[in-house]
Design a protein around this ligand. Structure first.
Ligand SMILES: Cc1cc2nc3c(=O)[nH]c(=O)nc-3n(C[C@H](O)[C@H](O)[C@H](O)COP(=O)(O)OP(=O)(O)OC[C@H]3O[C@@H](n4cnc5c(N)ncnc54)[C@H](O)[C@@H]3O)c2cc1C
Length: 817
């Protein structure tokens, strides 16, 4: 530790756990050495010191798997580089499945992980037995061996990272508590500590379970909550050795590993208990929580069934320590949406050690380059919402979040805790119509509708084996053949107004939004690298007033993207009007006839062409109608002032029966849009995908005055010739095949990409999907239409027919009539 306390640093990192030290290490590696790390007590004294140190690579998401893989590679070389041992033991791991469903889920994960170089293979129960002679394997449906997984000593890893950082010039101050965050004009300017203030260009909040409190010092929302987290260590048992692989046993909510001649059993119980609800005690340092034997005994009992000798051996230690969890079980990384240069990396859901290296790498590059080195949306802080900084919500949700990683990850699985945060004004009406709700950005949204004899509650399952496949098929068919009503009031609605609104939005948009009043423009916002940051529509309501529509889950990101790009001298303001309007989306060949029967305004194609927006009278009310579609049919989105919403809904319903109106949910919306190859941001397109590779270059007005952000990158990409990667649509040849997400795609036996989204194309009669196809010589029609394409499913490879044009209505005839 240096003697003189600094008054200035380029970067101040708050928190000396594995995450803070890893970011410091990686910043220094990139040559940023004017970095100060502040730790209120001692390094590792928060959560890091008591972690079990598992380094297992296969995670729930692609991003988390990639970061875990990077971490493993880093920890292997850290000792040689820094001279500090990390205690790494290359023991490998074995994942165990007790049911066929879980086995198939793991097989899918295995194929996905292979795309990132994670080595794994399926093994028989007998092989599990030979790797772990004390394990009971009679109940196994399948098992998977990951030979490169390992375990480490988390304290030593952190000390190695800190040492590596120090060796390159980072200054670390222990016993220094950050007490305030300084900011000016929306930008962080430094920190206050109990030893004095430090000016800084960049501040990084890596304060673990204190990160929410540190975020509050800066007015930044960091929604996380600590929970009790347990492991036990047995008395010594003969015949154990350190190279016994880690057993991950989700069916028993547990992992098991050797620990110095004993067995360690870690618990991920389905119902956890939050901790520190009144705030984390100030004196917490290398702390423990008194275990609640009564609560966890049944979980321990079940976990022990995997290695029954544990029933005979005593428990030497039952350890309980706090770890922070997030509402969606993904961690929180990145720059705050509302405070420039204030970064966050926290909420690791008991994956902080195994993700720590990758997180340090991504965060350091993000800080240095101004953007992350890969698409990390699923862990981006900007996916969170201000309302989530609510103690009661967090406490209730965290009960479920701790164990979710060890549960079955069914398609469409919903959270069962902390629901009913946001309800639209039409909620009770659609509930009465049979809606089964799912949560999206806190909103309760109809995902599918039950009819007589069906219960509007999820029964999960893969493929057709659930209770929503058929209702959703019904809805899909109604939209194609008659007309469907989608309740989409959860849509985020932003008004951008002012003299310079058009200039600001035109600079952000690929399309030209300087259009006539009453036109609606489909466009993307790009980053400087040409990657897609937003996929939205912009409607010109007046010469100086625009309505931006985007999915609810992207609101924080899109809103902050616009705000952060308004030049200081520009006259343009953003207002969130999401809750002022309900939205009913009427789609299908009978949509016009239905609405025309209720409106005195002319809704004909001539008077109301595709892409136009008008205020129309509907019943006694006036609503904003926009002629658009996300399902590939004739349709109108109706933006209804909230006070008008119920009567408008009632009027549409009353008239609807004459036109075959059907309530439709988000599952049908998804299958319809995939069948029409409409992209979804965060699935098919994102910050690493340009409009060129994703087939959206038609939105780009390259020659408009003032250009747009990302244009130069696109021009370079265009000049480079044939794209090396392209988004294609796929239709499975086997009508019983089901894909979901991330399945690898092969061409003539060679892996060329992966599925980005998939759903059953009820009109096309088979599962349809979208996937990126890569080829070093470029991807064109000839490449797509030659070769045999197959998707790797859990049960084997299945052939698919690829297409660059939508397989459903490629000429848009159904939309423009
Ligand atoms: C029982 C248990 C087992 C686990 N097992 C594993 C495992 O096997 N594998 C795995 O990957 N993960 C595991 N974890 C999770 C892992 O320990 C955490 O995810 C990880 O340690 C989080 O690191 P961190 O740096 O974010 O937080 P911390 O280690 O808590 O570091 C944050 C630091 O910030 C400091 N700080 C807070 N406020 C301030 C302030 N105002 N000023 C200055 N400093 C401040 C704190 O003192 C603390 O040291 C386990 C956790 C538990 C509880």
């Amino acid at each position: 530790m240096s003697d003189t306390f600094p008054t200035h640093a380029r970067v101040v990192i708050i928190g000396g756990g594995v995450i803070g030290c890893s970011i410091a290490y990686h910043l220094a590696e990139l040559g940023w050495t004017d970095v100060v790390l502040l730790e209120r007590k001692q390094l590792t004294s928060g959560t890091t010191w008591h972690a079990a140190g598992l380094l297992t690579t296969l995670r729930d998401t692609e991003t988390q798997t990639r970061l875990a893989k990077y971490t493993q590679d880093l920890y292997r070389r850290l000792e040689a580089e820094t001279g500090q041992a990390t205690g790494i033991i290359p023991c490998g791991s074995v994942q165990l499945a007790k049911t066929i469903e879980k086995a198939n889920e793991m097989r899918r994960g295995l194929h996905m992980a292979a795309s990132f170089g994670v080595e794994a293979r399926e093994i028989s129960p007998e092989e599990v037995r030979s790797l772990w002679p004390l394990a009971q394997v009679a109940d196994l449906a399948a098992a998977f061996h990951f030979p490169n997984d390992a375990r480490v000593n988390p304290g030593d890893v952190t000390r190695a990272l800190a040492k590596g950082a120090r060796q390159r010039g980072v200054r670390i101050y222990e016993h220094t508590k950050v007490t305030g965050i300084r900011q000016q004009n929306g930008r962080v300017t430094g920190v206050e500590t109990d030893r004095g203030a430090i000016e800084a260009e960049i501040v990084v909040n890596c304060a673990g379970m204190w990160a929410r409190a540190v975020g509050r010092m800066a007015g930044v929302n960091v929604p996380l909550q600590a929970a009790e987290h347990y492991y036990l260590v047995s008395e010594p048992i003969e015949g154990l050795h350190p190279l016994l692989p880690i057993l991950r046993d989700p069916g028993n909510s547990a992992y098991i590993r050797e620990e110095a001649g004993k067995i360690m059993v870690g618990l991920f119980e389905a119902e956890a208990r939050p901790w520190g609800l009144d705030g984390i005690p100030d004196d917490f340092e290398f702390g423990e929580i008194t275990p609640d034997w009564e609560r966890v005994s049944p979980v321990i009992e079940q976990a022990m069934s995997r290695v029954p000798i544990l029933y005979e051996t005593g428990i030497r230690l039952l350890f309980c320590g706090p770890e922070s969890f997030t509402p969606d079980h993904n961690y929180l990384m990145g720059e705050a949406p509302n405070l420039k240069n204030f970064f966050v990396a926290a909420g690791f859901n008991s994956l902080g050690i195994l993700s720590g290296g990758g997180v340090g790498h991504v965060m350091a590059r993000w800080i240095v380059d101004g953007h992350p080195p890969m698409d990390v949306w699923s862990v981006n802080l900007r996916r969170t919402h201000p309302w989530q900084d609510n103690s009661r919500f967090l406490a209730d949700r965290i009960v479920e979040a701790l164990g979710i990683g060890y549960q079955d990850h069914w398609p469409a699985r919903q959270w069962s805790t902390a629901r009913n945060v946001r309800k639209t004004v039409l909620h009770d009406r659609v509930a009465a119509a049979g809606a089964c709700f799912g949560e999206g950005a806190g909103w309760e949204r109809p995902n599918w509708y039950a009819t007589a004899g069906e219960t509007p509650a999820y029964r999960y399952g893969w493929g057709r084996d659930n209770n929503w496949f058929m209702p959703s098929a019904r809805e899909h068919e109604a939209v194609r053949e008659r007309v469907g009503l989608f309740e989409q009031s959860s849509f985020a609605k932003l008004l951008v107004q002012g003299r310079d609104a058009v200039t600001v939005l035109n600079r952000l948009s690929t399309a030209n939004v300087d259009v006539a009043v009453g036109r609606c423009v489909y466009t993307q916002f790009l980053n400087e690298r040409g990657g897609i940051e937003a996929d939205i529509t912009i409607t010109r309501l007046a010469s100086d007033r625009f309505l931006i529509l985007t999915a609810a889950f992207t609101q924080t990101h899109v809103e902050s993207w616009i705000r952060n790009h308004i030049p200081a001298d520009a006259f343009a303001v953003v207002t969130d009007i999401s809750q002022a309007y309900a939205m009913l989306n009427i789609q299908g060949p009978n949509a016009r006839a239905l609405l025309q029967a209720l409106s005195e305004d002319d809704l004909s194609h001539a008077a109301f062409p595709f892409g136009s927006a008008r205020e129309i009278r509907l019943g006694y009310q006036t609503v904003l109608a926009i002629r658009l579609t996300y399902v590939g049919e004739l349709g109108f989105e109706l933006y209804i002032p909230t006070g008008f919403a119920l009567p408008v809904y009632d009027a549409i319903l009353a008239e609807g029966s004459r036109h075959g109106l059907q309530h439709c949910g988000y599952h049908a919306l998804n299958t319809l849009r995939i069948e029409k190859a409409y992209r979804e941001w965060a699935h098919d397109i994102g910050p690493d995908d340009s409009p060129i590779v994703s087939g959206l270059a038609f939105t780009c007005a390259y020659d408009k005055a003032g250009g747009f952000i990302g244009r130069d990158a696109l021009l370079r990409e265009r000049e480079a010739g044939l794209p090396k990667r392209r988004l294609v649509q796929l239709r499975f040849d086997d009508p019983d095949a089901f894909a979901y997400h991330n399945e690898p795609l092969y061409r003539d036996g060679e892996r060329v990409g992966f599925v980005t989204s998939a759903g059953y194309g009820h009109t096309l009669g088979a599962c349809t999907a979208m996937a990126y196809v890569g080829h070093s010589d470029g991807v064109d029609e000839a490449f797509i239409h030659s070769g045999r394409f197959e998707v790797q499913l859990a049960e084997g490879r299945r052939t698919v027919t690829p297409a660059l044009k939508p397989l459903y209505d490629p000429t848009n005839e159904r939309i423009r009539r």
